[in-house]
Design a protein around this ligand. Structure first.
Ligand code: 13P
Ligand code: SF4
Length: 311
């Protein structure tokens, strides 16, 4: 897109935003031009909290569908739109609600701790939600002898199990197609090329990758850590959209993103479905729009509120 065309689209978006009394929320994995015009940028926990504080009629959620569902559940009277209806997530796809219900029938004594990367109906079947930022804290808030089902991310689950020392924790077998395809081999190559670089990683990465990380945290926690750290050079094991904030907040530092084995990039194809044009069109038509059953939202809200109440 030419610069002039982008400027025109941004003007159209701003006019529609005023007309609709809308706010734009963007996840750190969105394209830079979307992050530039967002009212708030954050990780999944920050955006869930932000969605609760808003004064607006419309939330234009530039992220993936489950994040927009969370915003809708916390703001049932507001209109929530997503630029592209196919902005999904492999973790959501790995965890159909029927399988969760079948598990609950088989193991009724288990507390279900669900990662926020799940569908609204799975959240409604869950006891409590967590994000990558608070997963250890949430599991620690549950009595030590209570059996737990942690779903759906196997890598985050293994990380949490290790950090909390839980033995009675079953873990679903889902994975993020971006983080799970980062390999130790490529990380070791990058570390050999830059021996002074400090490694930071998202906990959705596999254990062999995480074992080399000096710091493990959620998207925003990684950004905060790199900005405040004394280190000058980093190898960053997560989605490359975080470059936008890192380069803005710490222009003097260097950040290397290791590519994954699937596509030789480190981009989430679901997150990248959104674009400025689609954002403009969704504000104009108020679609694709998140619409959910009211009873299901009430049950899902309970499990999200239980997470938000854990300090
Ligand atoms: P965050 O909780 O770090 O935003 O992660 C969400 C996500 O989808 C990571 O792949
Ligand atoms: Fe889902 Fe992975 Fe994309 Fe995050 S990066 S939205 S976990 S597929």
């Amino acid at each position: 897109m030419s610069t002039l065309a982008a400027v025109n689209i941004v003007e159209e978006i701003m006019a529609l935003k005023r007309e609709r009394n809308a706010v734009i929320l963007a996840h750190h994995y969105q394209e830079s031009e979307i992050q530039e015009i967002a009212d708030a940028i954050g990780d999944s926990l920050e955006l869930a909290r932000k969605a609760k504080e808003l004064e607006c009629d419309v939330i234009a959620f530039c992220g993936v569908w489950f994040m927009a569902e969370t915003a809708k559940i916390l703001n049932p009277s507001r209109t929530v739109i997503v630029p592209d209806k196919d902005a999904g997530c492999s973790l959501v796809d790995s965890c159909p609600v029927d399988m969760v219900r079948a598990f609950k029938r088989k193991y009724p004594d288990h507390v279900v701790v669900s990662y926020i990367n799940t569908s609204a109906d799975v959240k409604a079947e869950s006891d409590i939600i967590c994000t990558s930022r608070n997963a250890v804290q949430i599991v620690n808030s549950i009595p030590a002898d209570q059996p737990i089902l942690f779903l759906p991310d196997i890598n985050l689950g293994n990380y949490v199990k290790k950090q909390t020392g839980r033995t009675n924790m079953r873990i679903w077998q889902g994975a993020c197609i971006v983080h799970t395809t980062f390999t130790e081999r490529k990380l070791l190559e990058a570390m050999a090329a830059q021996p002074d670089a400090f490694v930071v990683a998202h906990p959705e990465c596999p254990t062999p990758v995480l074992q080399h990380a000096g710091y493990i945290g959620s998207t925003s926690a990684l950004i905060d850590y790199c900005v405040k750290s004394e280190h000058k050079s980093f190898i960053v094991m997560t989605e490359s959209g975080v470059q936008h904030s890192l380069r803005k907040l710490a222009p003097e530092k260097t950040f290397t993103f290791v590519t994954n084995e699937n596509c030789n990039c480190s981009e989430c194809p679901y997150m990248k479905r959104n674009s400025l044009e689609k954002l403009r069109d969704s504000l104009a038509t108020l679609s694709p729009r998140v619409e959910l059953d009211a009873d299901m939202m009430d049950r899902a809200r309970g499990s999200i509120e239980r997470m938000l109440a854990v300090k």
